[in-house]
Ligand binder design. Structure first.
Ligand SMILES: Cc1ncc(COP(=O)(O)O)c(C=O)c1O
Length: 402
């Protein structure tokens, strides 16, 4: 019998919520305006699944499909690109609104700013976003990847001109290595998609960059006649993305926020572990964190996000690999009449968790507690497509575990 999916309701003590303004509507608007200046910019689809909603017994169900983001198959580039622009703006004494894409890539700005080296650690998607942005902005990028990363993900980064390698370290130790090298390199900058004590400015810009995706989704829901989602399901590795999404929607729907559910890979469920401990202090997961959800294999929470999540999330889920695999298969082969969505291992985790909650007899009580019924309008984030195409085929076509 496969491991069962676990969840815990959030009963952690609330704080003064000092990080919520990072994800204010005004800040996210700035990020979105920046992204809109890119020639590659196009809103990613918000796909409606009416048949699946009926099958689950929900009012409506929408999936934000990030496989279409900038041709990079994942949402992550939103954070890397915005944080690099904010950094360059700060260094050159400008506001980011003065640096749309054509200015940022101009010879004039290049002469003014020169060349920095942006360091990062990544399971794949963030590093690809940083490498892509560095390439467009004529900057250097150095990317370290944890052991277990696939060669395909490495090649995708190398193709963009970054210096990239796989280290014999887990993700969190790769982060420490990248930060150390950046501090020892002239004009070295660490652009990491997580925060820790003393390293908060760049990660907060990264989170604001992710806000573009949430802001698009809110607007697209309105266009489809939905005032606001009643429930939002989002995945977490370090929790930057979840903090961004939860923070933005908590600001946007201040008086009536949705019910937020955060889904992690069981092998790396640091937020779930912290919520289960219940005292409000973060917890860490270490070791190799074996999971097919490569993007979620991070064991140390983002300190900025943790505070936002503690104050606003209703439930934390620790999902075994089969939950993500089930999500991938159901999105790839939905009920006839609904459109198919290509969603990778980390991308499909929230949808997989929703499918378990809505179809398992053991979940009747939790469905009731969350209000997941025919009055619910549910928004789910699919944050990547088939970023590792071979693994995607193995799972979805061949029915393998990985
Ligand atoms: C596809 C995908 N989804 C979700 C996440 C989780 O984001 P975070 O680490 O900010 O929680 C990642 C992180 O790399 C990812 O690559």
């Amino acid at each position: 019998m496969a491991d069962t999916m676990k969840w815990v309701m959030n009963h952690m003590p609330k704080t003064e919520d000092k990080n919520l303004p990072i994800m204010s509507v005004e800040e996210v608007k700035k990020a979105r305006t920046f992204h809109q200046s890119f020639p590659q910019y196009k809103e990613t689809p918000l796909t409606k699944l009416p048949k699946m909603a009926a099958y689950f017994g929900l009012g409506s169900l929408f999936v934000k499909d990030e496989s279409y983001r900038f041709g990079l198959n994942a949402f992550k580039v939103l954070g890397g690109s915005y944080s690099m622009a904010k950094y360059i703006a700060k260094e050159t004494g400008k506001d980011v609104s003065e640096l749309p894409y054509d200015v940022l890539t101009s010879d004039k700005l290049h002469d003014e700013f020169g060349t920095a080296t942006f360091f990062t650690a990544t399971d794949g998607n963030h590093g690809r976003g940083v490498a892509w942005a560095a390439n467009k902005l004529r900057q250097n990028a150095v990317v370290h990847m944890p052991k277990g990363t696939t060669q395909t993900r490495l090649e995708n980064i190398r193709k963009l001109g970054a210096k990239v390698d796989i280290l014999d370290l887990n993700y969190d130790d790769c982060v420490r290595q990248a930060a150390k090298e950046a501090s020892e390199t002239p004009r070295g900058v660490i652009v990491q998609d997580t925060a820790w004590d003393g390293y908060e400015e760049i990660p907060s810009w990264i989170m604001q960059g992710y806000g573009t995706m949430a802001m698009e989704a809110a607007q697209q829901l309105n266009e489809q006649g939905i005032d606001r989602p009643t429930h939002v399901f989002v995945q977490a590795g370090v929790g930057s993305l979840a903090g961004a999404v939860v923070g933005f929607f908590s600001n946007l729907y201040k008086d009536n926020p949705p019910v937020f559910v955060v889904v992690e890979a069981e092998a790396a469920a640091c937020l779930y572990k912290g919520a289960a401990a219940g005292d409000g202090k973060p917890r860490i997961v270490d070791g190799d964190m074996q999971t097919i959800m490569a993007g979620l294999a991070c064991g140390e929470p983002n300190t900025i996000s943790w505070d936002i999540l503690k104050n606003h999330v209703k439930m934390f889920v620790a999902a075994p690999d089969w939950v993500a695999a089930q999500g991938m298969r159901m999105l790839g082969a939905p009920i006839k009449g609904d459109p198919a969505i290509t969603s990778g291992e980390s991308g499909a985790a929230p949808f997989g968790a929703l499918s378990v909650l809505m179809t398992s007899d053991d979940c009747a009580d939790v469905r009731k507690e969350l209000g997941l019924d025919e009055t619910a309008n549910v928004l789910v984030f699919s944050t990547e497509g088939d970023t590792d195409p071979q693994r995607y085929k193995n799972i979805v076509w061949k029915g393998l575990d990985k």
